[in-house]
Design a binder for this molecule. Structure first.
Ligand code: CA2
Length: 145
């Protein structure tokens, strides 16, 4: 079964615990469970990981080369700063979908630009945690689960 890696960047471990007015009440474990369930119905095995460390995320992207059919990534604040994550994704051969829980374009100007968006096949922002499920559904179409 094709595997999809779902990567999450800094502070996303706090989902559902802080700032519910921006990020909602859903936890990362809830997202992991809903993605596993949907993934199964689409013919994917999913694995969700989160790190607060840029280098760890980069190592995971390298590991995903040749072993996964796609990456769903919410790079968190690294979206707006990290050329290194962009470079790692550029060395990854399968589709990449970028997800943001909030609509970054309705927020501060510094969140409007994402380095990762220049690599991503698609960008989903402002759909809340549902964005991860939309990303999986899109991968099922373009990565041919
Ligand atoms: O909207 C998104 O998904 C973001 O990637 C979230 C990042 C933010 O820096 C990006 O601009 C947009 C922040 C993640 C922080 O997550 C928290 C969740 C709950 C409580 C505090 C932080």
């Amino acid at each position: 079964m094709a595997k999809i890696l779902i990567l999450n960047g800094p502070n996303l471990n706090l989902l559902g615990q802080r700032q519910p007015e921006i990020y909602g009440a859903t936890t990362l474990s809830d997202i992991e469970a809903s993605c596993a369930k949907l993934g199964q119905s689409l013919g994917f095995e999913t694995e969700l990981r989160q790190s607060n460390h840029e280098g760890v995320l980069i190592d995971w992207i390298h590991e995903a080369r040749g072993t996964t059919a796609g990456i769903v990534i919410n790079p968190g604040a690294y979206s707006h700063t990290s050329v290194a994550i962009l470079d790692a994704l550029n060395a990854y051969e399968a589709p990449v979908i970028e997800v943001h829980i909030s609509n970054i374009h309705k927020r501060e100007a510094f969140r409007h630009h994402s380095f990762v968006s220049t690599r991503a096949e698609a960008v989903i922002a402002g759909c809340g945690p549902h964005g991860y499920e939309l990303a999986l559904r899109h991968l099922a179409v373009i990565a041919g689960a």
